[in-house]
Design a protein around this ligand. Structure first.
Ligand SMILES: Cc1cc2nc3c(=O)[nH]c(=O)nc-3n(C[C@H](O)[C@H](O)[C@H](O)COP(=O)(O)O)c2cc1C
Length: 311
């Protein structure tokens, strides 16, 4: 068992979250993550209407008694979805944990907090983490440049971003982007985070609702198999590299939008994905592997240095 301020705050067994994933964060996967003792998030905007979201939450409750949350992502859009209505559906369903992401979440954070909901805000820079902290969120999830989806425009990798954020942010913070195994969890804890958030790694699990061929392709891909698109629009997205994304990079010059590539998102952590386990196997092997690294390899190194110093 690895206990952190994250596990305490959200009432979950393990310091691992499955962040919101458009088209992937549905009840089946989220319930499997919850049953594995980690914290999964249904992605609100994957559901075509707020009523569908209410049904998806109910479906998830049929599959698990453990805590889970809902992700509400606020992105710039020509025709924005009815955010306030999705927010109301989340509140009325009695959800107790929300992951917010994207621009200017203040009104949503205020409303969630008014209803006693814990808010985990996902951001990609120290300054946005600090402003979310001032906004009153309960915890931060911080995404390094490695991540799938929206890495922001600063291009700071997790090795720098996580300790830089840990130096300044006081509320619990989990590290996101590029995590997929026990070594990553130990590294995140060492860098000052209270746990990890994973997207890509959870896509390649038995319960993930994507096509088997896509999962298999993720196993075959390596860490170089992603592409950054929409840089020119300052709305950068990291997606899987394939004939289509190469074409999307080309289409960018002709004005393509995120919706055109939504199923193609994947992060550099593909280079560490070698199988398609169940969520239960994945979570338990990350946690038990992390314990082994901490107590074994790392503990052994400390012992050796003390012995040398004592000679
Ligand atoms: C297919 C996919 C869709 C995603 N959609 C969203 C989203 O709608 N909202 C959001 O906040 N993050 C989204 N993300 C980002 C993840 O929640 C998470 O922050 C990211 O995947 C972490 O990086 P990793 O993939 O290296 O683990 C998405 C990620 C993937 C892989």
């Amino acid at each position: 068992m690895i206990k952190t301020r994250f596990t305490e705050m959200f009432g979950v067994e393990h310091p691992i979250a499955q962040g919101g994933m458009q088209w992937v964060g549905r009840a089946g996967l989220v319930a499997a993550v919850a049953n594995a003792g980690a914290l999964g998030f249904i992605t609100a905007l994957t559901q075509p209407t707020p009523e569908d979201l209410t049904k998806e939450i109910a479906r998830c409750r049929d599959l698990t008694d453990k805590p889970f949350g809902v992700n509400l992502t606020i992105l710039p859009a020509i025709k924005p979805p009815p955010y306030a209505e999705y927010r109301q559906a989340i509140i009325e369903a009695g959800i107790k944990i929300v992951e917010t992401a994207g621009n200017k979440p203040q009104e949503h954070v205020d409303e969630f907090k008014k209803h006693g909901i814990k808010v985990l805000h996902k951001c990609t820079s120290v300054r946005h983490g600090l402003s979310a902290e001032r906004m009153g969120v309960d915890a931060i999830s911080i995404d390094g440049f490695e991540c799938a989806g929206h890495p922001g425009e600063d291009d700071v990798p997790g090795l720098i971003l996580i300790p830089a954020a840990a130096d300044k942010i006081k509320i619990p913070m989990i590290a996101s982007g590029g995590f997929g195994d026990a070594r990553g969890l130990v590294a995140a804890l060492a860098l000052g985070a209270e746990g990890i958030n994973m997207g890509t790694r959870f896509m390649a699990t038995v319960e993930s609702p994507i096509h088997e061929n896509v999962k298999q392709q993720m196993v075959e891909n390596d860490e170089r198999s992603t592409e950054l698109i929409f840089r020119t629009m300052r709305n950068t997205s990291r997606v899987a590299k394939n004939a289509i994304s190469i074409q999307v990079a080309q289409m960018e010059r002709e004005g393509a939008k995120f919706e055109d590539v939504r199923e193609l998102v994947a992060g550099q952590v593909q280079g560490l994905i070698n199988d398609i386990p169940t969520c239960a196997v994945l979570v338990s092997r990350i946690v038990s592997g992390a314990e082994e690294i901490i107590n074994g390899r790392l503990g052994g190194m400390v012992g050796k240095r003390v012995a040398v110093a004592a000679e």
